[in-house]
Design a protein around this ligand. Structure first.
Ligand code: T3D
Length: 262
């Protein structure tokens, strides 16, 4: 088993900790495989009702491990289109398509693909000392791991271009002010807040939360009219779930609902 991603299932929350702290959790192939297989497990295992992604040590992730891209070793330049298609893109697609809440606790610097993997999660909390860096331009690359999409969708072209072209670090507070993340919290409070949030969501009506994620992601690509149809279809499914029946019964009985994720 790989140690580059630590995984624990606790109270319905699958904790995934990127674990190459001496490299600021930079991605090598082993870490990619480990993260991907844990996300597949999150998809397949009904006992997983939320995912909490964070990093070990002082950083969240410094993106691609550049030690694996050393041009001084000789040989032809790497085919980065191939590495994206093989390693990064399946993980990004899995994060977005997973019909369960994915919370990201950005515990420190998030650079390059590390920043954009965080931004692809559903709810992002960041330690006040964390920074988001679109580091790509410093080494002649373009934003990947979904960054050109998420930065532009969320921030608009002016800020997206400036961040991507300058690679200036964006402090967590500014990221929150700009709506790039959910909130910045005191460093010491980050893990407690993220855990409480993940556990709350893991105790929620999982089917409804998964459909909510799908609807919101579909919204920016479609028309109001098409979105009404998607809402109708999703609500039809949610309305047949046991958790919905429990939610309404609990409301009428003036008690807290007990959701089972079904
Ligand atoms: O290749 C493909 O498949 C295409 C996909 C590309 C996706 C990408 O992510 S490209 C962008 C890659 N990432 C970067 O360019 C960021 C590089 N790192 C940095 O700029 C800085 O490390 C940070 C700003 C993130 C943090 O700075 P600082 O001063 O807090 O830490 P540091 O001293 O630079 O780093 C600590 C250690 O981690 C250091 O090792 P050492 O000297 O103690 O042995 C450093 O070399 C190592 N490290 C940091 N980032 C990476 C890394 N090692 C390998 N790859 C890294 N990306």
């Amino acid at each position: 088993d790989s140690h580059s991603v630590l995984a624990t299932l606790d109270r319905g929350v699958l904790w995934l900790v990127l674990n190459r702290p001496e490299k600021l959790n930079a991605f090598n192939e082993d870490m990619h495989r480990a993260l991907r297989s844990q996300l597949d497990r999150a998809h397949e295992n009904a006992a997983v009702r939320a995912v909490l992604l964070t990093g070990a040590g002082r950083g969240f992730s410094a993106g691609q491990d550049l030690g694996d891209r050393d041009p001084r070793r000789g040989g032809p330049p790497p085919d980065l289109g191939h590495t994206l298609e093989t390693f990064y893109n399946p993980t990004l697609r899995r994060l977005r398509s997973l019909e369960k809440p994915v919370i990201c606790a950005v515990n420190g610097v998030a650079a390059g693909a590390g920043a954009n993997i965080a931004l692809a999660c559903d709810i992002v909390l960041a330690a006040r000392s964390a920074r988001f860096i679109q580091a790509f331009s410093k080494i002649g690359l373009v934003p990947d791991a979904g960054g050109s999409w998420s930065l532009t969708r969320i921030l608009g072209e002016p800020r997206a271009k400036a961040l991507a072209m300058t690679a200036e670090p964006l402090p967590a507070d500014t990221a929150a002010e700009w709506g790039l993340i959910w909130k910045a919290v005191e460093d010491e409070a980050l893990m407690d807040e993220a855990t409480a949030l993940a556990e709350r969501l893991a105790a929620g009506a999982t089917l409804g939360l998964g459909l909510t994620k799908r609807l919101i992601q579909a919204a920016s690509g479609g028309s109001f009219d098409a979105q009404l149809d998607l809402e109708r279809d999703a609500q039809r499914r949610a309305g047949q779930s046991a958790d919905y029946a429990e939610g309404v019964a609990a409301f009428l009985e003036k008690r807290a609902p007990v959701f089972r994720g079904q």
